[in-house]
Design a protein around this ligand. Structure first.
Ligand code: ADP
Length: 323
């Protein structure tokens, strides 16, 4: 392996830049050329390649987003698109790929390596923390901290006005951000896709709080919750009880941005470092993960669909008891 290319694809996540930096510097350390591909699979199709050196990644560790940009590329989902991408990689002399992204990105990388026999290593970059084979994905810690910061601020105003706030957070079909931010932010209730909450149960919780002289309440709702999002939950609660002064906040894309936490900077660095070392050992078609405090590897097929992602039951149980 002489020339390794790195790209980010799918949703951006804080910590991706730390990973890019690690891939570039590790590759160069071991005598490889490193190529950056801009805008993910779209960049492969458009030959958006550029050589990277140690200085290309100076001063990027602290930046959110991804300096390589990211894109969603429909053409790459077709066989013709994949062929074109591979022909361009070959023409540029690229021997191996490090892909940073979510399960869509992994699926693309899996196709490319299976059909054209090019080595790939994948790094889980998504704030949702919804990938099988790793305890944490890049960006999840930062996003959770961003949500906690928002909850704290909303708590100040909720408390001053004796209000009930419904806060909707990201996570797609997973409730990881909602659960952890809800616990750390002391939310009165957390509504998760993994554990359906009936509106009547939520009302019971809120009323019990009111009886205990709680003056403000915060309910965290994962965007994938089956009740249809924060506005719908607020509406359904208001139809049944009208004595709460309620407000809804949808945190939205601010959760994707910001300077990565130390955890995500270190995780990105470790994963990028491990990905390059694995490629140089001759490994391919793996996702780099973190299990416990150790770097782990999971077969790409398995990380994509082999197993269902599961939320921690113990945290779910604890959150209802501590709320
Ligand atoms: P994420 O990686 O965050 O899950 P997407 O699902 O949007 O984000 O996937 C990112 C990109 O990966 C897509 O725009 C597409 O180019 C590629 N991709 C996704 N699914 C497939 C697939 N089934 N086959 C080939 N490429 C895919």
């Amino acid at each position: 392996i002489k020339k390794i290319a790195v790209f980010t694809s799918g949703g951006d996540a804080p910590g991706m830049n730390a990973c890019i930096r690690a891939v570039v510097r590790t590759g160069i350390y071991y005598g490889c050329e490193v190529i950056g591909i801009k805008q993910g699979y779209q960049g492969m199709i458009d030959k958006n390649f550029f050589p990277m050196n140690r200085h290309s990644v100076s001063n990027i560790m602290q930046l959110g987003g991804t300096i390589l940009k990211t894109a969603r590329c429909l053409e790459f989902k077709t066989e013709e698109g994949q062929q074109k991408a591979y022909d361009n990689l070959k023409e540029a002399g690229i021997d191996a790929l490090v892909a940073i992204g979510g399960d869509g990105t992994f699926t693309g990388a899996e196709r490319l390596s299976r059909n054209f026999n090019i080595p790939v290593m994948c790094v889980p970059g998504t704030i949702d923390n919804d990938l099988y084979g790793t305890d944490f994905t890049l960006g999840f810690d930062t996003a959770t901290n961003t949500v906690i910061d928002a909850i704290d601020k909303i708590r100040d105003t909720a408390e001053s006005h004796d209000r009930l706030f419904f806060i909707e957070v990201m996570g797609r079909d997973a409730g990881c951000i909602a659960l952890r931010a809800g616990i750390a932010g002391g939310a009165e209730a957390i509504m998760l896709p993994e554990k359906e909450t009936a509106i009547d149960d939520l009302i019971n919780t809120l009323e019990a709080g009111a009886k205990n002289d709680k003056s403000s309440s915060i309910v965290i709702i994962a965007e994938g919750d089956k009740n249809g999002g924060a506005y719908n939950v607020a509406q359904k609660v208001k139809e049944k009880i009208d004595y709460f002064d309620t407000k809804v906040t949808i945190l939205g894309h601010l959760q994707r941005g910001g300077s990565p936490s130390s955890f995500d900077r270190i995780l990105g660095s470790r994963m990028g470092f491990a990905a390059v070392k694995a490629i140089l050992r001759g490994e391919t078609r793996q996702m780099v993960g973190l299990r416990g405090n150790n770097i782990s590897f999971t077969d790409l097929e398995q990380s994509i669909s082999g197993h269902e992602f599961k939320l921690e039951e113990d945290l779910m149980e604890m959150s209802t008891i501590l709320a």
